[in-house]
Ligand binder design. Structure first.
Ligand SMILES: NC(=O)c1ccc[n+]([C@@H]2O[C@H](COP(=O)([O-])OP(=O)(O)OC[C@H]3O[C@@H](n4cnc5c(N)ncnc54)[C@H](O)[C@@H]3O)[C@@H](O)[C@H]2O)c1
Length: 508
C-alpha cells in the first residue's frame, strides 16, 4: 500500500504539545500543513513556534536554510474546519475526551474529501469508540505519536474494530515515508507500549510496598543489572506521577479491573499529596535544590568462598555464571543429581551448605533448608550489580560468602528482603508474559512488539527477545511460583506463554 502523495495536504487539529510536534513532522516530510485549534489565536501562535523550532534546526546545522524557508511557506494556520484545504490526511490531537473527539470527527467527515484518511492521536481512549460516531469509520485509524513527536521514532498505527485494512496500510506507509518507525496494533487499552509496560512500574512499586527494598535500590538494580536506562521510581518522577498513574488507572479500568493491571496504592498517595515528581519538587525522591539523592543499598566488601559445589544444570538464564566463577579462580565441584527443584533449576552450594540459585519465583525461605536467591541480569558478564535475597534461615557466613562471590566477579551487591522473584526476574517474567499474551491475542506481531518496547520505552531488549534468552520454561516456572505466593491472579501465566513453554519443552 502506498503512502499519501508527498505533496498532499496534511491537516492537524489541536495545536498543543502533540499537534505542534506532529505538524512539524509532516511539514519536514514535505507536505503542505494546515493547523487548526479551537482556542482563538493558538494555531497562529503554534505556526510561529514551529517556525522558531525550524530556525534552531538551521542553527544546529541539521536543516538547510532553503528547506526551512520552503517549509515555513507550506505551513498555515486554519481559521476553521472548513479551511483545511482538502487534506489527504487529518490527524487529531485535541484534548483527551471522548465526546469532544467524536463530535470533531463527525464535523470533519462532512468537510474533508471522501478519500481523506482520518486519524486520532489518542493515548488512552479506544480508537473504535473515537470513530464510533462516523458514518464511514473504515478510513479511521489511530496514529499514536510519542512526545516529543519530531524526535521519537515510534508511531503505533492502531486499527479500530471498523478500520479498513487498506486505511491502516496507507497510514502505516505514510508514517514510514516520514522517516518514523510505525508498528501495527489492534485497538486494545494502552495499545502496545502502554499496555505492555505496566509491570515495569507495578512490580517495583509492589516490592517497595512490601518493604523488600527502597526505591533507590530497586532503581539501581533495574538499571545496573536489568539494563533499563532508568528505574521506575526515577522515571515516573520524570514523567509525573499523575501522568503515569492516569495511564495505569485507565488501562486497569479498561480491562475491567483485571489484577494484572492493578494500580499502586503508594503511587496513589503520592498523587493525592501532590508529590508528582520533578515538576512539583518531590515525588518518590526529593528534587529540591541541594537535596541529596539516597544511595542504593550496596553490601560491604566480603571474602569470596574458595570453592563451590554445583548441583544440577543451571537455568540457561544464568548459565554464563559457571564460566565466570571459574575464570575468577573459584573452584567448582560437581555434586551429582539434578537440581534441587527439577531438571534445569540447578544451583550452587555454598561452603556452609546453603543453596545459592537464580530466583524461581518462590520466597527463599522454605522448609527444606537455607537458601539464597540471586536476581536475573540482562548479561551477567557486563552488568554492574546483582541483587540477593537470603532466606531467614541462611547462616550469616554463607550470606557473606554469596556477597563475596559476586564481588569477586566485579559486581556490586544489593541485599534485598526475601521477596518472591526479586526485582529484575519478576519484572522480566511479567513483561514476557504480557508480550506473549498480546501476540497470542493478535494485538501485534512479535517483531512489532519488540520494536515498540525498545523504541517506545527504551527497554534494552524486546520482551520476546528476552523470553528467548531466558527460556519460556523458566518464565513459566517463575510466574507459576509467584502465582502460588500471591494467589490473586496477577501472576497466573497466560495461555500463549504456557503454550510457548510446552513447545520449548517438546523440542528438548
Ligand atoms: N502529551 C503527550 O505526551 C501525549 C503523547 C501521545 C498522545 N497524546 C494525546 O494527544 C492529544 C493531545 O495532547 P496534548 O498533550 O497535545 O494536549 P494539549 O492540551 O497540549 O493540546 C490540546 C489542544 O487541543 C485544543 N482543542 C481542544 N478542543 C478542541 C477542538 N474541539 N477542536 C480543536 N482544538 C481543540 C486545545 O485548545 C489545545 O490547544 C491527546 O489526545 C493526548 O492523549 C499526548
Amino acid at each position: 500500500m502506498t503512502a499519501i502523495e508527498p505533496n498532499a495536504t496534511v491537516a492537524v487539529v489541536g495545536a498543543g504539545t502533540m499537534g505542534r510536534g506532529i505538524a512539524q513532522v509532516a511539514l519536514t516530510a514535505g507536505h503542505p500543513v494546515r493547523l487548526y485549534d479551537a482556542a482563538e489565536g493558538l494555531a497562529a501562535e503554534a505556526v510561529r513556534a514551529i517556525g522558531a523550532r525550524l530556525d534552531r534546526l538551521v542553527e544546529k546545522g541539521t536543516l538547510a536554510a532553503a528547506e526551512r524557508d520552503a517549509a515555513r511557506a507550506r505551513l498555515h494556520p486554519a481559521t476553521g474546519l472548513d479551511d483545511l484545504a482538502g487534506p489527504a490526511l487529518v490527524i487529531e490531537a485535541i484534548l483527551e475526551e471522548l465526546p469532544a473527539k467524536q463530535k470533531l470527527f463527525s464535523e470533519l467527515e462532512s468537510v474533508v474529501p471522501e478519500d481523506c484518511l482520518l486519524a486520532t492521536n489518542t493515548s488512552s481512549l479506544s480508537v473504535t469508540a473515537v470513530g464510533g460516531a462516523l458514518r464511514r469509520p473504515g478510513r479511521f485509524v489511530g496514529l499514536h505519536f510519542f512526545n516529543p513527536a519530531p524526535l521519537l521514532p515510534l508511531v503505533e498505527v492502531v486499527r479500530g474494530a471498523a478500520t479498513d485494512p487498506a486505511a491502516a496500510d496507507r497510514a502505516h506507509a505514510t508514517v514510514a515515508a516520514w522517516g518514523k518507525t510505525p508498528v501495527r496494533c489492534a485497538d486494545t487499552p494502552g495499545f502496545v507500549v502502554n499496555r505492555l509496560a505496566r509491570p515495569f512500574y507495578a512490580e517495583a512499586f509492589r516490592l517497595h510496598e512490601e518493604r523488600a527494598a527502597d526505591p533507590a535500590t530497586l532503581d539501581a538494580v533495574l538499571r545496573e543489572s536489568g539494563g533499563f536506562p532508568m528505574g521506575p521510581f526515577e522515571l515516573t518522577d520524570l514523567i509525573g506521577q499523575d501522568v503515569n498513574e492516569a495511564v495505569t488507572r485507565s488501562v486497569y479500568e479498561s480491562f475491567f479491573q483485571d489484577p494484572k493491571f492493578r494500580p499502586s496504592l503508594a503511587q496513589r498517595r503520592l498523587v493525592q499529596a501532590g508529590l508528582l515528581g520533578r515538576k512539583s519538587g518531590r515525588g518518590w525522591y526529593d528534587h529540591a535544590a541541594g537535596a541529596e539523592r539516597p544511595l542504593p543499598h550496596t553490601a560491604e566488601s566480603c571474602a569470596a568462598p574458595g570453592e563451590l559445589a554445583l548441583q544440577g544444570p543451571l537455568p540457561i538464564a544464568c548459565a554464563a555464571l559457571r564460566g565466570m566463577i571459574e575464570e575468577a579462580g573459584i573452584a567448582i565441584s560437581e555434586k551429582p543429581g539434578p537440581g534441587a527443584r527439577g531438571v534445569d533449576s540447578g544451583g550452587f552450594v555454598l561452603p556452609g551448605g546453603t543453596e545459592l540459585s537464580l530466583t524461581d519465583g518462590h520466597r527463599a525461605t522454605v522448609a527444606t533448608g537455607p537458601r539464597i536467591h540471586f536476581d536475573l541480569a540482562l548479561d551477567y558478564r557486563t552488568c554492574d550489580r546483582i541483587a540477593l535475597a537470603p532466606s531467614a534461615t541462611a547462616p550469616e557466613a554463607d550470606v557473606r560468602a554469596a556477597i563475596g562471590l559476586f564481588q569477586a566477579l566485579g559486581k556490586r551487591v544489593s541485599v534485598m528482603g526475601d521477596a518472591p522473584g526479586l526485582i529484575v526476574a519478576r519484572t522480566v517474567a511479567m513483561l514476557v508474559d504480557f508480550a506473549e499474551d498480546a501476540v497470542g491475542r493478535g494485538i501485534a506481531s512479535p517483531e512489532d512488539v519488540d520494536t515498540a518496547m525498545r523504541l517506545g520505552v527504551n527497554h534494552p531488549r524486546g520482551p520476546l527477545e528476552w523470553g528467548r534468552a531466558v527460556g519460556a520454561g523458566w518464565v513459566r516456572r517463575v510466574l507459576g511460583n509467584l502465582h502460588t505466593e500471591y494467589p490473586d491472579g496477577r501472576y497466573a501465566p497466560s495461555q500463549p506463554l504456557l503454550r510457548r513453554a510446552a513447545v520449548e519443552e517438546s523440542l528438548l
